[in-house]
Design a binder for this molecule. Structure first.
Ligand code: ZN
Length: 685
């Protein structure tokens, strides 16, 4: 299974936007001089705010469409919470009940720790860290929690099915406080039953073997256009038989899906064109039936629509959170095309075949014809489900291999999110601490934004779409290593081409010096600075982090001998030093060739070996050093976002006359409002 929603999350390497003239959005009623990008800061998280440049310039019909799709995007929030763990909704609602109703002393350290915990689980859409997958352990003691729960009028608390406080507590206390109960949202440890030991709510009472047998029995090896088996269901046992509970109207998550459909119907009525109407209609039909062939039909229609200004994602899409890579986490994103910035990706897409033909990979693995690489730069209007509060900066969909093969894929770079990241990172001292010299810092200042964006574009528009499997090779052959290796492949494709004179020729880069800043930042991040996201003693788990570590550690090992790139110490601090950028490019090319071979041939052993050798283990001494250096900078390793608030303006007859956007809601208010407004699922599903 291809996993391609790219959590590039370049927040760590993003460079302040000093040359972002082209990115600075049009005059749009947003006062950028006073726009507050920073909203909240707690634990390892910083919450930011993003502007939506261009919204006011949309037509009334487009604005209305954005509004209804935004509502549909927010209605699925609780589906994701429940997918992440079956106790999440209970825990969140009890905590929110406390937050609203506790009348005791709120100046104590324990209360502050409780507030932090609530903010953390909001960020993660559940009790497991959004990135590390580890359970977030409360900083306050269990006794304290019990005492404040019991101090609140039970009538004001959301105890399940009339259960008393004691019963609810008995159920959730071990889940919250015992480090051995459901410690990981997704467990990938080699040798473990990754289904039984993962805390996600995709499976209950079944083993990995049973689930694999269940789906293998459904697969037809001769089916050239297979549905995405298992994408929209939970697997359980009923009367000793393995079976699926499907997420659809009338099925699991019925109440939330009913409301999503309601908003989609309103959206359909104001769609920009017939094609878009049909797309929305197909999605509604999928939600009504749960039929995965209908989902493919929707996906094909969706990928073909490259003309509508407004676009959206809404549904069970990415499979990162499922240890078996089958189950789609609910996510949503509403966006509209950023017209000027899309010029960049248009140029890339138009030259897709040239890039494929000139890639260093073996000719046997090249696509003779690169199909339908559609790419655009978009402005996010609302983030929902799995894209909120933590959000990707680039997306490439759909995921089904055969749809990509026969119909191509749609690839987007989300400019206003990248822009907000960069603005919030200005002057944080990161470059001074981690870059080797002023040369790297000056380059970063000059070229950082453009090369960072271009890396994302190349990764998304071309990287994932390039290359092909040899006939008869199973797309799932690399199993748990498939996802990090796929990201590795796309990143290497981008890195390799960033240094190509073709980019200067196409006007995408200003000169042949620019790429060096991305090379430097990439290896520095992969080998050093991204370690700040790992807890002491833990391995690297997340697919994109594994991929960055893999590439960086590999080139450092191969490049040290002839002084191409190395880790060097100065004043007991570790730095990446690049001495020969051209040879570094050759190394990226070599690794790309090998990773493409692994994918095309389905060479599981070689893939496993690469990931386990370079992408998983952390040097504890270096790790501690990075954590210490980061601490002095006080930069949050993870960023999340609050959404803007859209309001319909109507005349006395109830006719919509405008849609307004505002940026004044804070993180706590937004989360509490979402919980009041978009929370219709029962506590346990
Ligand atoms: Zn990717």
């Amino acid at each position: 299974m291809k996993k391609i929603l790219c959590m590039l999350t370049a927040a760590l390497t993003l460079i302040a936007c000093n040359n972002a003239g082209k990115q600075t959005p049009v005059d749009d009623g947003i006062d950028y001089a006073t726009f507050e990008y920073k909203v909240d800061r707690f634990a390892d998280i910083e919450i930011l705010r993003y502007p939506v440049p261009g919204f006011n310039a949309l037509t009334l019909q487009q604005k209305e469409l954005v509004y209804y799709l935004s509502q549909a995007a927010l209605e699925g929030r609780d589906i994701l919470w429940d997918q992440h763990n079956r106790y999440n909704l209970t825990i969140r609602r009890v905590c929110e009940g406390l937050y609203e109703n506790y009348m005791g002393d709120k100046s104590t350290e324990n209360w502050k720790l409780f507030e932090t915990y609530l903010k953390q689980i909001w960020m993660a859409n559940g009790i497991h860290h959004h990135y590390s997958e580890d359970k977030i352990l409360p900083g306050f003691p269990q006794d304290y929690f019990v005492s404040i729960v019991k101090s609140v009028d039970p009538g004001r608390m959301p105890f399940r099915d009339g259960m008393a406080a004691d019963e609810t507590l008995k159920e959730i206390l071990p889940v919250m406080f015992d480090p051995n109960v459901m410690p990981k949202r997704m467990n990938q440890a080699a040798g473990a039953d990754i289904v039984a030991t993962s805390a996600v709510n995709f499976y209950e009472g079944v083993t990995q073997k049973e689930v694999e047998a269940f789906y293998n029995a459904k697969k037809d090896p001769n089916d050239n256009t297979p549905i995405s088996y298992g994408l929209n269901s939970k697997v359980v046992k009923e009367n000793g038989q393995v079976t699926e509970q499907v997420w659809k109207l009338g099925g699991m998550y019925d109440k939330a899906i009913e409301r999503i459909i309601g908003w989609l119907e309103k959206a359909e009525a104001v769609a920009e064109n017939n094609q878009q109407k049909e797309i929305i209609r197909a999605l509604i039909s999928f939600y009504q039936t749960g039929d995965l062939e209908t989902f493919d039909d929707y996906s094909v229609k969706w990928v073909k629509d490259t003309e509508s200004r407004v676009d959206f994602i809404n549904g069970f899409i990415e499979t990162y959170t499922d240890p078996l890579g089958l189950k789609g986490s609910w996510e949503a994103l509403v966006n509209f095309k950023s017209l000027e910035a899309s010029e960049r990706t248009r140029v890339i897409s138009e030259n897709a075949q040239w890039f494929e033909d000139n890639s260093p990979i073996d000719d046997r693995f090249k696509k003779e014809e690169v199909k339908g690489v559609s790419a655009k730069v978009i402005t996010a209007a609302i983030l929902g489900g799995d894209t909120y509060p933590a959000t990707p900066i680039g997306i490439n969909l759909p995921n089904a291999d055969w749809i990509r093969r026969d119909h191509g894929s749609k690839s987007v770079t989300i400019d206003n999110i990248t822009f907000a990241y960069a603005k919030a990172a200005e002057g944080n001292g990161f470059r001074e601490e981690f870059m080797w010299s002023d040369t790297e810092r000056e380059r970063a200042k000059q070229y950082g934004t453009i090369t960072d964006n271009l890396h994302t574009d190349l990764h998304e528009c071309l990287g994932h779409g390039s290359g092909k499997l040899l006939p008869g090779v199973d797309g799932d052959a690399l199993k748990a290593y498939g996802s990090p290796l796929e990201e590795t492949r796309a990143d290497l494709f981008a890195l390799y081409y960033l240094a190509d004179p073709k980019l200067v020729e196409l006007g995408l880069l200003p000169d042949e010096e620019a790429y060096k800043t991305e090379y430097y930042s990439y290896v520095m991040n992969g080998a050093i600075t991204q370690l700040t996201r790992i807890q002491p003693g833990k391995d690297i788990e997340q697919a994109h982090m594994r991929n960055r570590a893999l590439i960086s550690n590999w080139v450092i090992e191969k490049g040290a001998a002839n002084n191409v790139v190395a880790m060097q110490k100065r004043d007991d601090k570790s730095y990446v030093v690049v001495n020969d950028y051209e040879k570094l490019r050759q190394l990226f090319g070599e690794l790309l060739t090998e990773v493409q071979r692994i994918k095309s041939e389905g060479d599981y052993e070689a893939g496993k070996n690469l990931v386990e050798t370079y992408g998983v283990k952390v040097d504890p001494t270096l790790h501690q050093e990075v954590l210490t250096r980061y601490e002095t900078l006080n930069i949050a390793p993870y960023k999340g976002f609050v959404n803007p608030v859209y309001k319909l303006v109507t005349d006395e007859k109830g006719k919509v006359t405008d849609v307004t956007v505002s940026y004044d809601e804070n993180y706590v208010d937004q989360q509490m409002r979402y919980s009041r407004q978009y929370s219709v699922l029962p506590l346990k599903n």
